[in-house]
Design a protein around this ligand. Structure first.
Ligand code: AMP
Length: 390
């Protein structure tokens, strides 16, 4: 059975085609700059990347191009071979506590959540509608970034703000990167051979979040109502004192939207270092003695350690710390420094294993807490959900 996994952004569309249940990737690709005359269609077939530049005016054209590409490159013979399409949807609010088969009513409910994710949900819906038009008889499933965290208890997800904000507008913590946290914690449980583990997942990419997972259920996570809360990231500030907004608004005459842009796009690694949002640039410059790159790096390590300590206490123990995503998977120095910062928990890294690539247990035999690196795979998680619901 062939299933497409889709992640639609406002001007991009990422796709992966799986043969299920074997979970074999048949091809993957990305359409970028949708809406422009020089849009780019990238597709990877048998490890070989092919690119074509052409006008792609909207998501529907992008979807048609992807489907034509699958036939043109002999990945499928006809569109009838596609048995299901899974769509990543960022915000599922309280309405969606699990993945769902998409109907018109489901789309309306996703649209109703636009206020909570104005940058993401509208683009996700555009992708869904485009596929429904082009493949009207194929099952489409929505897989939400938030559902894995729907097991958080009230004390973890409520803010100490006026209660009516929650009642009227749904102001609470939802958490994100759920498919990644779920994939990685399930895999860690398989590797360690137990389902009752207390795990802290550090998803460290350009966006970054930490999750506390007890017996395969998320009990807390660092992102909040939006992906801005939590640890500092490539360009996002993570937690700050909200009163800062008032001070800067007054000093610089900035409006709220500009201030939120500052926190979302001009903070984190980029804002502190003044150099880059990319961890490779931050680490390289730190090693050359750049003061603000070093500071940006150190702030993030401290904040990650703060969350690990807090979740260790909240879960009343800890069996494993797992690193994943671009930085978590590829930057041994970050893993070394995070583990050093929480060494009071009796966790010890095997520095040789820490240098290995791919999936590995990287703690020493006598470490009280296991440390693992597990490459995340949000696409396969989406395909699994389609396969389960079909
Ligand atoms: P993601 O958002 O998961 O794609 O992760 C992006 C982040 O991963 C960027 O900050 C990259 O600098 C970082 N990253 C990717 N590859 C490497 C690498 N080989 N070494 C260090 N960091 C990396």
């Amino acid at each position: 059975m062939k299933i497409l996994s889709i992640n639609a952004g406002s001007s991009s569309l990422k796709f992966q085609l799986f043969n299920m249940p074997e979970e074999k990737v048949l091809c993957s690709g990305l359409v970028e700059r949708i809406g422009e005359l020089k849009a780019v269609f990238n597709i990877k077939v048998n490890g070989e990347k092919k690119s074509q530049v052409q006008s792609i005016l909207d998501h529907r054209e992008a979807v048609s191009l992807v489907l034509e590409g699958l036939i043109k490159y002999n990945i499928i013979e006809s569109l009838d071979e596609i048995n299901g399409v899974g769509h990543r949807v960022v915000q599922g609010g309280e309405r969606f506590k699990e993945s769902v088969v998409i109907t018109e009513e489901v789309i309306e409910d996703i649209v109703a959540l636009n206020d909570l994710a104005p940058l993401h949900n509208p683009a996700n819906v555009t992708g869904i509608r485009a596929f429904m038009k082009v493949l009207p008889n194929v099952v489409q499933v929505a897989v939400f970034d938030t559902t894995f965290h729907s097991t958080m208890k009230e004390d973890a997800y409520m803010y100490a703000t006026p209660y009516e904000w929650y009642e009227k507008y749904g102001i609470r913590k939802y958490g994100f990167h759920g498919t990644s946290h779920q994939f990685v914690s399930q895999r860690a449980s398989e590797i360690l051979g137990r389902n009752d583990l207390k795990i802290i997942v550090c998803h460290l990419g350009n966006g970054a979040s930490i999750a506390a997972v007890d017996s395969l259920k998320s009990v807390d996570t660092s992102m909040g109502l939006t992906p801005l809360e939590g640890i500092p990231m490539g360009t996002r500030s993570g937690n700050i004192d909200p009163a800062i907004l008032g001070v800067i608004a007054e000093k610089e005459g900035k409006n709220l939207q500009t201030l939120l842009d500052d926190l979302n796009k001009r903070s984190g690694y980029l804002g502190v270092s003044g150099i880059s949002n990319d961890s490779r640039d931050i680490v390289d410059n730190m090693l050359l003695g750049h003061k603000r790159a070093t500071l940006a790096y150190k702030i993030q390590i401290k904040r990650i350690a703060d969350y690990i300590g807090s979740y260790y206490v909240y879960m009343k123990g800890l069996d494993a710390i797992v690193f994943t995503a671009g930085i978590g998977e590829n930057a041994p120095i970050v893993r070394t420094d995070v583990i050093e910062a929480v060494s009071v928990l009796g966790v010890k890294l095997d520095e040789e294993k820490n240098e290995l690539r791919g999936e590995n247990i990287i703690s020493t035999e006598d470490s009280k807490v296991k440390v693992l690196v597990i490459p995340t795979d949000e696409e396969v998680m989406i395909a699994r959900e389609v396969f389960r619901l079909k």
